[in-house]
Ligand binder design. Structure first.
Ligand SMILES: [Zn+2]
Ligand SMILES: [Zn+2]
Length: 175
């Protein structure tokens, strides 16, 4: 006989399958993007690059705060129940599907803020190193609540020369 526990286990397995598929999509999307433009690609853990980790901490805290206040931090096409690859332009307060992300980008007119380093805030006069990375998906399974997941999120940030150097993401270190 199927029990509630069996159902929960099946749902969790399905959720992990979706999350893994979404993570593969996000990673291969970034790979393709890099290959097509001749960008450098490297693999590692965010903790290896403190300036990047600090950027994520900073913006993630904002997003979490909004979420706790009940603001919609996912665009209408994304769901905490059905993970799919997502994008996050850190200047927006929402994690978006591709369509909404592209619409955001199209609306950007360019402000002095765009020329600032996302890590230290220094005015780099627009001379920034553009770095994209994928935040891993998260599955939360806490009874009695329903299974929840944060999709894998592709993030793009701009770093000044100094923060970029601190990351050690030089041409030599890339594959
Ligand atoms: Zn959307
Ligand atoms: Zn900086």
């Amino acid at each position: 006989m199927r029990t509630k526990r069996d159902d929960r286990n099946a749902a969790r397995t399905a959720m992990f399958d979706q999350v893994n598929a979404a993570a593969d999509d996000a990673a291969s999307g970034l790979d393709t993007f890099a290959r097509e433009r001749g960008y450098l690609r490297t693999e590692g853990n965010l903790g290896q690059w403190p300036p990047l980790a600090a950027v994520v901490d900073k913006y993630w805290a904002t997003l979490t705060e909004l979420h706790l206040r009940g603001e919609p931090v996912l665009c209408p096409n994304l769901s905490f129940r059905a993970p799919q690859p997502a994008n996050w332009r850190t200047y927006t307060r929402q994690v978006c599907c591709k369509a909404c992300g592209d619409a955001h980008s199209a609306r950007v007119r360019g402000t002095p803020e765009d020329g600032r380093c996302d890590a230290c805030g220094a005015d780099a006069g627009g001379k920034l190193w553009l770095i994209s990375f994928v935040l891993p998906a998260i599955v939360v399974d806490i009874r009695p609540w329903s299974l929840t997941s944060m999709p894998p999120v592709t993030v793009g940030v701009g770093l000044c020369d100094q923060c970029h150097a601190e990351c050690g993401l030089t041409r030599k270190s890339a594959r």
